[in-house]
Design a protein around this ligand. Structure first.
Ligand code: ATP
Ligand code: MG
Length: 362
């Protein structure tokens, strides 16, 4: 007689919205996905369990120590390596992949050399723990004193890139080395936080950039012997891609795949972890994702055709990601009409991004 459960339980380190969406994605396939809070009590893991994470860095607690030391923690060594911008940038250099020139900031005496070698305008970034633009400073010779002495050795300096626009690639690698990729997503960041994503493959540059990006992310995943979904954020300058950063997990810029693809990035991650048969990801429809940031819930959003609301159930605070809206339709005009409808239901700080998304779709 066949056992009633087909797959091992997948435990997720971290129980934020990404863990929650991994759990939803597992449900139709009857994959039991259990996100775990860092402060949950340690417990006896079933022998065949699979462990993954929704975040690249975590505090040491009895539970995280137990999970991180477990032999079934997939990609365990990758997390620390990518969570530190220094080792992440060093990996890109080692693979000779294009990224903005950078160095470790070690002491104030280094400033003249950094401006001369890296650039006159810099982005100084915390090596670990920064997110949504936090832990970043734009620095030139005039304001170098803004970088407090205790930040030295904790930050890298990279060249400020006057890019044309930003894209990201979300893809996955399977155990046998096969890869799958979604189409490149165009991202609008405002004040360091993702506001909108647009996935549309009809731009004249699309196929060349897609090819470049797939080649880059594939070489990173192969080098790391990685299994699961990884995201790569890039700057586009003319016909060229520069890698901004990598995330060894499902990513905010891939949320549109929940509606625009038959297999979402969350399901793709589970499929790769469990080594399930997976077709090429060719089913994408033009899609838009609107991040809901610090905005109270509005029931009117629900009354939008071809639109899906994800509300994370978190307390609403300024600058906090509290949900997102996905819109997808084969006819881009239909998406534009729904974005125009949502215009009246979203606050002022969404308006310029709506203009951007509509322009991208035209
Ligand atoms: P995330 O929310 O993606 O985790 P983060 O806080 O980790 O963001 P980055 O992705 O490094 O940080 O930077 C956030 C945004 O700041 C980028 O998407 C880009 O818009 C801008 N930015 C970062 N680095 C540079 C750079 N070198 N030149 C110009 N703009 C930059
Ligand atoms: Mg980023």
């Amino acid at each position: 007689m066949q056992n009633s459960t087909l797959y091992p339980t997948v435990y997720v380190l971290g129980n934020g919205q990404l863990g929650r969406m991994l759990r939803y994605a597992g449900a139709p396939l009857d994959i039991d996905v259990r996100p775990l809070a860092f402060d949950a009590a340690p417990f006896e893991l079933p022998a065949d369990s699979v462990i993954t994470a929704e975040i690249e860095r975590w505090e040491a607690t009895p539970l995280t120590d137990m999970l991180a030391g477990h032999p079934h923690f997939v990609n365990r060594p990758v997390f620390g390596r990518l969570a530190d911008r220094l080792t992440q940038k060093a990996l890109l250099d080692e693979l000779a992949l294009p990224t903005s020139p950078w160095c470790l900031l070690e002491s104030p005496q280094q400033w003249p050399q950094v401006f001369a070698r890296i650039g006159e305008k810099l982005v100084v970034k915390r090596r670990t723990g920064g997110y949504d633009g936090r832990g970043q400073w734009i620095v030139s010779r005039e304001n170098q004193a803004d970088i407090d002495s205790e930040l030295f050795n904790q930050v890298i300096a990279e060249q400020f890139i006057p890019f044309d626009y930003e894209v990201s690639l979300v893809g996955a690698r399977f155990k046998n080395g096969e890869t799958r990729f979604y189409p490149l997503t165009h991202n609008l960041q405002q004040n360091g936080i993702l506001r909108y994503s647009v996935a549309d493959t009809s731009s004249p540059q699309h196929s060349r950039l897609q090819q470049q990006a797939e080649h880059m992310l594939a070489s990173i995943m192969h080098k790391l012997d990685y299994i699961g979904v990884m995201a790569m954020e890039c700057f586009v300058i003319g016909e060229r891609l520069l890698i901004n950063e990598l995330a060894p997990r499902v990513h905010n810029s891939g949320h549109w795949t929940q509606l625009g693809c038959a297999i979402s990035q969350f399901e793709l991650h589970l499929r790769a972890l469990l080594d399930l048969p997976t077709p090429a990801l060719e089913t994408a429809m033009p899609s838009v994702m609107v991040n809901l940031i610090g905005t109270p819930h509005n029931a009117a959003w629900l009354n939008t055709p071809f639109c899906q609301l994800h509300w994370y159930g978190k307390a609403v605070r300024p600058g906090r990601k509290v949900g997102h809206l996905n819109l997808a339709h084969p006819d881009k005009k239909v998406i534009i009409a729904q974005l125009e409808k949502l215009r009246g239901e979203l606050p002022q700080d969404y308006q310029s991004g709506l203009d951007w998304a509509i322009e991208k779709l035209q």
